[in-house]
Design a binder for this molecule. Sequence first.
Ligand SMILES: [Zn+2]
Length: 303
Amino acid sequence: MVSILFQFTTMPPFNITGYSTALFSTWYFVDELRLLFDAGDGLSAALLQKGRRVKHIFISHPDRDHLGGLFQFHQLNAREDWPRIYYPKDSRSFPYMEAFLKTFDPHVSGARWQPIEDGETVWIGNNIGVEAIRNEHIPAAPGLSKSFGFKVFEKKQKLHPDLQGLPAEQIQKIVLERGKDQTTVSQRVDLLAYSGDTPIGSPSLWQGVKTLIHEATFLESEGHTLNAEHLNKHSTLEQVLNMVAQTDVEELILGHFSTRYDAAQIDLRIQECCQNMGIKIPVHRVLPGQVVENILQKTPLKG
Ligand SMILES: [Zn+2]
């Protein structure tokens, strides 16, 4: 009986469906959490009735390829209090959109628009929080929030380490005697994270995350005609895999590839990098132009 009290209720792998192509559109739908990361064009046409399941929409930044699907999604699915649309608080695009959509589609004006700031947590379920993490995709003064990644975590009370390993009956007795506050410790588990569009961050940012969705706009930083300013806003595949190799991330989803690369080039480069860097975890990818259903159930690419 006691052990049941301390078990985690939500565990990966999540059923994640997504589309992510640099410049055109990005969105990821996490079915169990009823959550969308970003809302690019084509979202409603791909999800069809499943779109109705979405309750929480976290928009990473106001680039049009990350929010262009909101118009149709809103028209089809907004109802009293839902969905909740969370956006970086210092992005002025969102209040304009809210005002426009409430006028454009007054019959569905129930959606709630909520500005959030760096480090803020939105609770979307029992013990399930989504934390906004500022990144530097859009330059902003310190203290301003214009571009985010997100971490989904579960907060749980776990049995105090001193009591672990004792017989169940004894644990039950001690918990009854001393109360839960004295016999449990709070633990946070980072179940899932989404980088948004971002220059590469330090490995410590994603350390401990079980499933990471990360952008990899360019395969490498050299050999093409991009200017430094463009490169500095995004991550390269090499940078992401090199960063992940220094973490305990358990599973990786790569997306936001540029259409300058074809599928074979992307897969080959992922496999080469995984081999060179000794990456053993499952690596999935969302190739340009493709909606991928239940990404984590697909056969992963490995080194
Ligand atoms: Zn983008």
